[in-house]
Design a protein around this ligand. Structure first.
Ligand SMILES: [Zn+2]
Length: 497
């Protein structure tokens, strides 16, 4: 046969659209043509494929070779098609039995020696191959990562010569996964943070209802420590979530995944540009908010971020994803993260601090706080003040610290109540469900309305307040929101910013 078809997968964002590699051999002067909008790196693969085939002891056909990577309008880059191209040429020239390859998709970069090197984005490709009802053939180094996907035959190889031998002898056997290390995830523990009972309580509420949180306090009060402990009190990732997190790691990292993914904790510096934060580039790549998907995005010194950069967070905070449009591509990245922000109370950081004197003028403080827009603040459910702990130097404080494991139990219980009731966390309740699930007595409603009026609160902020009250009631295992829950919730909205 002089025509061969091999299935492969490109990588666009965190998706893996199908690519079919057609190889045609014709008589005529030996040339090697590649069509189908292949970018420079794919063209380079011609040389790699030629060397790999020859160095594996096979013949590189001295004929007119035409390769078509379809569909043509899909951007393709990287060496991920090398293996599929090599198999196509070997099949078209009759050196391997191509019938085996009908039901298999292939991915892998070739070294000149014929070794098969790992590629990015194997996990999304494996998920897509499973949906298409095919098996997948991948580099051995990526095999553990692919084996996160159940119910699909995975074939793995680390060199072309061995692989062809197995194909021709019909001895290709599925890879047996060692199983990613699923043992209990290890996060830094909340017990490391001395005191700060009020902040820990707020962190518990944030975790239980998926609420965003802003901490305001002088430097050195443990805001970063507290934020970095949030993943430790969230429930462990389930299989579907772990796959989503691993898929993002799979397209961004050059290292194959070797352990079960943890909930991400990302803390970009305040000098981060908008593309670094939300993703971008001429070939769109994910930003920090996508790397924080299903985990925590911590923005320390919030007012120091460029205001325009912060404003782009509004869309993903509402929708849980970000769409990046370019002339050639339009890519959607997942970005369902929990935002934890921290800021000083004033530019010098020591406003109301008993141990230091603040040197800022009221005008400086006003301008500093004005850097954060109200629409962004409205999307942050909990605003808390973190003060300096004067008791934290007491030596026997260690035993009294609440541990992450204790709080995690409360979080899991409260989240289960929410999922049983409304199939989503309280922070994601829409207006209709808010009326349905956040029922108040007439007296409480009046009390809340008056309180909101007194604080000059927007309607959006009042809705957020109700959601937080719902979470506090769920932590209490109460069917209805009571006055005490409302009062605590109000306290997380009364900090003046
Ligand atoms: Zn100051």
């Amino acid at each position: 046969m002089s025509l061969a078809l091999i299935h492969s997968r490109a990588l666009v964002g965190v998706n893996a659209p199908q690519v079919t590699i057609e190889t045609h051999l014709a008589s005529g002067l030996p040339v090697f043509n590649m069509v189908g909008l292949a970018e420079t790196s794919v063209k380079e693969s011609k040389d790699r494929v030629r060397s790999a085939i020859v160095n594996s002891g096979f013949e590189f056909p001295a004929r007119r070779i035409t390769l078509n990577l379809a569909p043509a309008d899909l951007p393709k880059d990287g060496g991920r098609f090398d293996l599929a191209i090599a198999l196509g040429i070997l099949a078209a020239s009759g050196q391997i039995d191509s019938s085996v390859l009908d039901k298999i998709e292939c991915l892998g970069e070739l070294a000149l020696s014929g070794a098969i090197r790992p590629v990015q984005g194997v996990l999304p490709a494996t998920i897509a191959a499973k949906k298409a009802g095919r098996s997948i053939l991948i580099p051995l180094a990526n095999a553990e990562e692919a084996s996160m996907v159940s119910d699909i035959k995975i074939f793995a190889a680390d060199n072309l010569k061995e692989l062809i031998k197995l194909i021709n002898q019909s001895e290709l056997v599925p890879y047996k996964a060692a199983g990613l290390n699923k043992k209990q995830a290890v996060y830094p523990d909340l017990a490391d943070v001395q005191g700060q009972q009020a902040a820990k309580r707020a962190l518990l509420i944030a975790a239980a209802g998926g609420h965003n949180m802003l901490m305001i306090g002088p430097p050195g009060t443990g805001k970063t420590l507290l934020a970095s402990r949030l993943p430790s009190i969230l429930p462990p990732l389930n299989e579907q979530q772990a796959q989503e997190v691993a898929a993002i790691a799979s397209v961004t990292s050059h290292q194959p995944l070797t352990s079960w993914p943890l909930r991400p904790f990302r803390s970009p510096h305040h000098s981060a540009s908008a593309p670094a934060l939300v993703g971008g580039g001429s070939k769109p790549s994910p930003g920090e908010i996508t790397l924080a998907h299903l985990g925590v995005l911590f923005l320390d010194e919030l007012p120091e971020f460029d205001r325009k950069v912060l404003e782009v967070l509004r869309e993903p905070l509402e929708t849980g994803h970000i769409v990046i449009a370019r002339a050639k591509d339009r890519v959607c990245f997942p970005a369902r993260f929990q935002l934890i922000a921290a800021m000083n109370p004033c530019p010098c950081g020591y406003l109301h601090d008993p141990t230091n004197n603040c040197i800022c003028t009221p005008e400086q403080i006003r301008r500093y706080r004005g850097k954060i827009s109200n629409p962004l603040l409205d999307r942050i459910d909990l605003h808390i003040t973190v003060t300096r702990e004067t008791t934290s130097l007491k030596p026997n404080n260690k035993q009294q610290q609440v541990t992450s494991a204790e709080l995690a139990k409360q979080v899991t219980k409260a989240q289960q109540i929410q999922l049983d009731r409304q199939k989503t966390l309280n922070s994601e309740l829409d207006l209709n469900s808010l009326n349905e699930f956040c029922w108040l007595t007439n007296e409480d409603r009046l009390w809340l309305e008056q309180a909101c009026e007194r604080l000059g609160m927007s309607l959006r902020a009042a809705h957020r307040l109700l959601k937080v009250a719902r979470t506090i009631a769920d932590l209490d295992a109460k069917p209805n929101i009571e006055r005490v829950h409302l009062a605590e919730s109000l306290q997380y909205r009364s900090t003046k910013i």
